[in-house]
Design a protein around this ligand. Structure first.
Ligand code: NDP
Length: 281
């Protein structure tokens, strides 16, 4: 039988935990497959994907900065990739076509459900900070959880407006944008705050919004993860708020990828989190 091959393409990609994550499941399920890390620059992305389709790969995960390009080159895509115009999973089909999927939406939703106990966001106001690809996925996850209202706060208002223009035609949920200067009036209405900026990824500069203004029942989700927890999560917990980091989202977004590559649906377990935390940068 052919060794199932897959991997993750990004630039940079050296920090990615995906090889360790998929490696854990390959070992747990005794699958003689491989999952490799592929540092690929923007200009080479399409050529590399085409080569991998000919080299027997089952598919690839795609991370920064290629998610939009992954969506654009695929012959077909799922609804979430179409709406967000971004894909983190490319599946190479037997007929040679490339299928693009966005499993970040699923990953965030499952993380909110299982780690924050949010089975639904009915009648709740969710605020997303950031307006990049991760924020687009977050909007869709919050819609799936039936949030009553979503507000996107971003440093660049032009980028927030662009997100609004892309997503609003597809949504029933009221979606609006706000600048960080409007936080004071907004904070006390927040039920769930999701950080979709890269603050906290490379350095520990302070988060741009004052969490002390949040109501005591508000919950906080940081898409970023780092060993020992992010400053945002520590600050939120220090204020008595429930808070989670982005490791849960990472693990859950990988479940449909692993199933597509290797034909087995794996489990997200505390042992897996522990395995990844020991390696988190
Ligand atoms: P993008 O580069 O597309 O967007 C980055 C966002 O961060 C922009 O809104 C940008 O604002 C904002 N930002 C960056 N630096 C600052 C700052 N100093 N102050 C205020 N705002 C800032 O990135 P993505 O959307 O692809 O990813 C965002 C984050 O989500 C990353 O940290 C990524 O690692 C994480 N992520 C985690 C996943 C997981 O599985 N846990 C999955 C996907 C992403 P502006 O528009 O004003 O520049």
């Amino acid at each position: 039988m052919r060794t199932p091959l897959a991997g993750v393409i990004g630039w940079p990609v050296s920090h990615s935990l995906s090889p360790r994550l998929h490696g854990y499941w390959l070992a747990a399920h005794k699958i003689a497959g491989a999952y490799v890390r592929m540092p690929v620059q923007r200009e080479q992305f399409a050529r590399v994907v085409e080569s991998l389709t000919c080299a027997g790969f089952a598919g690839v995960n795609v991370t920064v900065p290629h998610k939009e390009a992954a969506f654009a080159l695929a012959g077909s895509c799922d609804d979430l990739a179409r709406v967000t115009q971004a894909a983190n999973l490319l599946i190479f089909q037997e007929d040679g076509r490339v299928l693009a999927r966005n499993t970040d939406v699923f990953g965030l939703r499952r993380s909110l459900e299982t780690e924050l106990g949010l089975a639904t966001l009915k009648s709740q106001h969710a605020v997303i900070v950031g307006a990049g690809g991760a924020a687009r996925a977050a909007v869709m996850a919050l819609c799936e959880l039936e949030a009553a209202q979503i507000t996107v706060v971003n440093r660049s208002m032009a980028r927030a407006e662009a997100l609004l223009a892309t997503l609003r035609p597809h949504l029933k949920t009221p979606l609006s944008v706000a600048s960080p200067a409007q936080w004071q009036g907004l904070a006390e209405e927040v039920d769930l705050l999701i950080n979709c900026t890269s603050i906290g990824l490379g350095d520990e500069s302070a988060f741009m919004l004052d969490l002390a203004r949040l109501p005591p029942a508000a919950r906080v989700c940081d898409m970023v993860y780092r060993r020992g927890g992010t400053l945002l999560v520590h600050t939120a917990r220090g204020l008595g708020l429930s808070a989670i980091d982005g490791l849960g989202m990472l693990m859950y977004q990988a479940v449909p990828s692993f199933a597509a590559f290797y034909g087995v649906t794996p489990d997200v377990t505390p042992a897996l989190r522990h395995h990844l935390e020991s390696e988190t940068p």
